[in-house]
Write a protein that binds this ligand. Structure first.
Ligand code: PLP
Length: 399
């Protein structure tokens, strides 16, 4: 009998991709569907990004390119890091095929069978799967609504033990939008200082999407001594509206970055020059274009929250980052939808909402919280108004 590798049996397909496929299928049937399920910012990058990419195509050498990334992009990222208060040399940087690929490569390099990878829950859906693919064991530390979905130092302290090889910290967080304060980051840093054998992966890809006058606080800002075992993961996907360009960046200790270069040379080889040039232009360009999008995000978030607070049953922390809200839906579990189906899980809730009202949300269970759903508010305001109206009708129809 033909067989495939056992490690593939342990992993699941991406939940967000599954919802997207269902949305596509229903749209193909001419159903009126509104999707608040996707993790894209909903805007395109500035014109100079396209111009830089175009120019790179015109000057194409047709050759393979440097594995770790083109100097133009490495330098651009170095500048962006410096602007954010981090000093990194070019040999401490590797360009990757999106932030996801940076995380995948890192866990392949840092972890193996028997290692634990600790991260706060709710978490980005790919963390457990990427850990499993490396043979490691995902260990989620649940942070509930009482702490606005933020894990505490005490919780982290309890979760880390001699089997812990890496800690992934995502701030602001997908799927909750949670943003950690300086004190909270400092408290986590104190715990991490006690565990010198734990690698730290800081997934900062939403760092520029923070609202309400809050600031971005990094573990390295409060504890620079963690630098020798910490990696910064970044991407142009969310900040610059470039998810399909697939450009991510990893910065960290040179010896590990060198191993990443080796891994890339034996797998991807290199990323196209045009997309690297576009990303370099994005990173070195001004960030003011973001201001109006951020304003729109805040308006949308405030609208969704006002509505959710007005519909009995939803519990949702008012979070200030990324473009997601993560309401708890526990009160609706056990109720019957208009179709006659009893909602037993978050997945039932999302499926029935999609079938009955044509609104797509992402169930919380693949993010480690089966009593919640994720709403992405990075969409046109009018679309959001219609979606929330339908969500309200769906919930009112429950019996
Ligand atoms: N990390 C988090 C928390 C994310 O939400 C995502 C994408 O949704 C990624 C990493 C990976 O993003 P990309 O591969 O597009 O850079």
């Amino acid at each position: 009998m033909l067989t495939t590798a056992a490690r593939m049996a342990a992993i699941k397909p991406s939940a967000t991709a599954a919802v997207a496929a269902k949305v596509k299928q229903l749209k193909a049937q001419n159903r009126d569907i509104i999707s608040l399920s996707i993790g894209v910012p909903g805007f395109l990058p500035p014109d100079y990004v396209y111009e830089a990419a175009q120019k790179a195509l015109e000057n194409d050498s047709g050759n393979y390119l440097p594995v770790r990334g083109l100097p133009v992009l490495i330098n651009a990222y170095q500048q962006r890091l410096a602007a954010d208060g981090f000093e990194y040399k070019p040999e401490e940087i590797c360009i990757t095929m999106g932030g996801k690929n940076a995380l995948y490569n890192l866990l392949q390099i840092l972890t193996e069978q028997g290692d634990d990878v600790v991260f706060p829950a709710p978490y980005w859906v790919s963390y457990p799967e990427i850990a499993l693919l490396a043979g490691a064991r995902p260990v989620a530390v649940y942070a509930g609504t009482k702490t606005d979905y933020k894990v505490t130092a005490e919780q982290l302290d309890k979760a880390i033990n001699s089997g812990t090889k890496a800690f992934i910290f995502n701030n602001p967080c997908n799927p909750t939008g949670a943003v950690y304060t300086k004190q909270e980051v400092a408290a986590l840093a104190e715990v991490l200082k006690k565990h010198p054998k734990v690698w730290i992966i800081s997934d900062d890809i939403y760092d520029k999407l923070i609202y309400d006058g809050q600031a971005f606080h990094h573990l390295l800002h409060v504890a620079p001594e963690l630098r020798e075992r910490l990696f910064i993961i970044q991407s142009v996907s969310k900040t610059y509206g470039m998810p399909g360009w697939r450009i991510g960046m990893a910065a960290g200790p040179a010896e590990v970055i060198q191993k990443m270069e080796m891994l890339v040379s034996q797998s991807l080889m290199n990323i196209p020059a045009s997309t690297q040039a576009g990303a370099a232009a994005a990173l070195t360009g001004p960030l003011d274009f973001l201001a109006s999008y951020k304003q729109q995000f805040v308006r949308n978030r405030d609208y969704v929250l006002k509505e959710l607070y007005d519909i009995p049953g939803f519990v949702c922390p008012r979070t200030s980052g990324a473009f997601y809200l993560f309401p708890q839906i526990k009160t609706f579990i056990g109720k019957k939808a208009k179709s006659g189906k009893t909602l037993m899980t978050d997945v039932d809730f999302c499926e029935e909402l999609l079938e009955e009202q044509g609104v797509a949300l992402v169930p919380g269970s693949p993010s480690g919280d089966s009593w919640a759903v994720r709403i992405s508010y990075a969409t046109e305001h009018a679309t959001l108004v219609e979606a929330i109206k339908r969500l309200r009708t769906f919930v009112q129809n429950l019996s």
